[in-house]
Design a protein around this ligand. Sequence first.
Ligand SMILES: Nc1ncnc2c1ncn2[C@@H]1O[C@H](COP(=O)(O)OP(=O)(O)OP(=O)(O)O)[C@@H](O)[C@H]1O
Ligand SMILES: [Mg+2]
Length: 406
Amino acid sequence: MYFEDNRNDTLQKKFGILGKSAGVQSMLETIEQVAPTDISVLIAGESGSGKELVALALHKHSRRAHKPFIIVNCGAIPAGIIESELFGHKKGAFTGAQSDRKGYFQSADGGTIFLDEIGETPLETQVKLLRVLEQGEFLPVGSSNMMKVDVRIVAASNRNLEKEVDTGTFRKDLFYRLKAITLVVPNLRDRKEDIPVLAKKFANDCAIRNQIIFKGFSEGAFQIMSHHRWPGNIRELKNFIESLVILEKGGVIKTDIVYRYLNAESSPTEYNPLLPVKLDRNVEQAERELILQQLFMLRREISEMKEIIVKGLQVRPTGDDSPEEYSPALEVLPNDGVQDISDDESSPILNPQMMGTLTAAQVEKELILRSLQRFNFNKRKTAQALQMAERTLYRKIKEYGIAKED
Ligand SMILES: Nc1ncnc2c1ncn2[C@@H]1O[C@H](COP(=O)(O)OP(=O)(O)OP(=O)(O)O)[C@@H](O)[C@H]1O
Ligand SMILES: [Mg+2]
């Protein structure tokens, strides 16, 4: 036992990955085995669970450590340019290609490329990725000369790629090639025993960085934390601890403080008090409920949009029309404190004078903006709620020129 603890401590320090839970221990052992090799690795885990940290550990403990580590977020690159971004292009390959351009694979030569959200890559590009994995070669866009590179591929996904293969959105051959070495990063809620060590580390780091005195946590504080679901995993815990340390500077962080902050945080129940997600739900049930909540919210927003359009296009005889007149959804759903957008005169789209000129695009822009605001500009969650590919969301944000301050 003592030997095992020692070994676990050594591996945690070596890779900068904390945790004593069985899931983390077995992950650390696999990292130790595969890091020094050139084998490609697939990292599976929920958002914020530590996939990038694992990818970096693999790179840092390989012979490639002093060569580039290139991170590519496949979900954020528009489908039309992903091949040119990954493999580069020749001058004149397409309109706007004014000179030859190096792709990420060339930039990573000798090092490691981290293909984050690989499940988001278009099927055509997946064929090319398989070729790089198998032969280490690719064709830059518009070129007829194969290019060879020495790059180790580490990929990650927070989606279930096996399901994507079943639905035909991920290539089977690429999946089997990648999955030979799969590192599963456990969810925080499945390794609650790791919360104290992580919380202490984040709190101490934050205190040192901000020159704040931090006196520690009470035992009860950890107990409260262990009852939270942590849908944002370690990233959520880290942000939570940092805000506690900063806002409560100087004192011991006790049960009541943690309880107060966790309840004040964006808990799932915040969105619709009629549909609380209880702590005793299993992950699948809770997720289903969360999706349901979001659908309710979006349905109401769509009704509100419709209401604005109807109002805008109507010639109103008097000014005494109430919102309820136009929105059947408002009769069945309670007001949960969401601002009534028909009151908002600051937004040009919603300005009553302009309502008659609303276009479908403007309605869509507004819907996207409101969903982004609801999810704190988290693109992945927004895309999921709108049932839209993340890439499409990025494109629309660009197209409509949506900015955080809108
Ligand atoms: N085991 C761990 N020990 C210490 N810090 C960790 C651990 N796992 C994750 N972190 C920290 O948590 C944060 C989130 O981790 P990371 O960015 O690697 O997650 P991710 O799985 O890539 O998230 P996403 O899916 O959103 O891209 C980072 O600040 C990272 O350093
Ligand atoms: Mg990541």
